[in-house]
Structure formats: C-alpha cells, structure tokens
Design a protein around this ligand. Structure first.
Ligand code: PNS
Length: 156
C-alpha cells in the first residue's frame, strides 16, 4: 500500500507508485480522508486524478481511508506500506511512523528513495507555484496540470 494525502498527485508520487507496483502483485494507493484539512482538491478529485495517473499500471487500485493507517491495513490484509524518501528531511518523521505502525500492528514499511529528478517535488510547492502562475507542467501528470489551471482560472 502507498498511503498519502495526494493533494494533488505529483510526478514524484507516480515514480514511487510505479516502482512499488513493480515489487508486489497488487498495490493499493490510498488517499487519507482528513476532515480537519480541506485541501485544494476533494478526496474524490484526488482519487480520480490518481486513477488517471496510474492507468497504465494494471496491478494498482486506488482507494481512500480515514482514521489509522494500521486499521486500514488490518481490515484489507495489507502487510507492507511503501513510502518514498526524498531527502534526510523526510526520514525522521517517516522513521517514527514506520516504527509506530510496526508496534501497533506489525505492519512493515519499505522506503523507496525517490528518483533524483523528482526529489525536490512536493504537492504544497506545486500548488503554490501553480497558484501564482508558475509552470508546473514538468512536475505533475497532464490531468493534474489541466485541473490546476482550471482551478486557477476559476472554471473548476
Ligand atoms: O502524503 P502525506 O500527507 O505525507 O501522508 C501522510 C499519511 C497519510 C501517510 C499519514 O499521515 C498517515 O498514515 N495518516 C493516517 C493516520 C495514522 O495512522 N496516524 C498514525 C501514524 S503512526
């Protein structure tokens, strides 16, 4: 399973998802439903954009979850969580969550180092750049770019 906020999915996410999909028979990409944090895209929009982004990966399914990650893993028989690591800045918090998820439910976490070409990407930066008219066309899948431009222009 690859869990995340995916608000929105970036080329960095797609890199990690594609590589995780190559390691397992089946991969679930699941969007966290966080009632305390509205985000730019709704959970349904995020899932739709993810589905378009992984359309060429037949063993990937897109879902959403709320509450604890370990509860989703237990109820869906997910043994391993795959996370991308961009730089040391990601490591401390990711290590803490990995250790906690293993303690809570025996869930293992596999870290995939992101490809260097996408190591600087984050959904927050992409949203900020797009909002102020910057070019994010090389940073996100085409469907996300179209949706970001529509939101910026007020047509979505
Ligand atoms: O894309 P993000 O925002 O970095 O993803 C973080 C996510 C969704 C993977 C993480 O916040 C999470 O697992 N949230 C679910 C709540 C939970 O299980 N919290 C305890 C973690 S030890």
């Amino acid at each position: 399973m690859c869990p995340g906020s995916f608000d929105p999915v970036t080329n960095g996410h797609v890199d990690v998802i594609a590589r995780a999909a190559g390691l397992y028979d089946e991969l679930v990409v699941a969007v966290l439903v966080n009632p305390g944090k509205a985000g730019l895209f709704s959970v349904d929009e995020r899932m739709e954009l993810l589905r378009e982004a992984v359309a060429d990966l037949p063993n990937v399914v897109v879902d959403s979850f709320s509450g604890l990650l370990v509860d989703y893993c237990r109820s869906h028989d997910v043994p391993v969580v795959v996370k991308g690591l961009r730089a040391v800045g990601d490591f401390e918090y990711e290590l803490q969550m990995a250790q906690m998820n293993r303690e809570l439910a025996g869930i293992e976490t596999l870290f995939v180092p992101t490809a260097p070409q996408v190591g600087h990407l984050s959904s927050s930066l992409v949203k900020q750049i797009a909002t102020f008219g910057g070019d994010v066309s090389r940073l996100v899948p085409k469907a996300v770019l179209d949706r970001l431009l529509a939101k910026r222009d007020g047509s979505a």
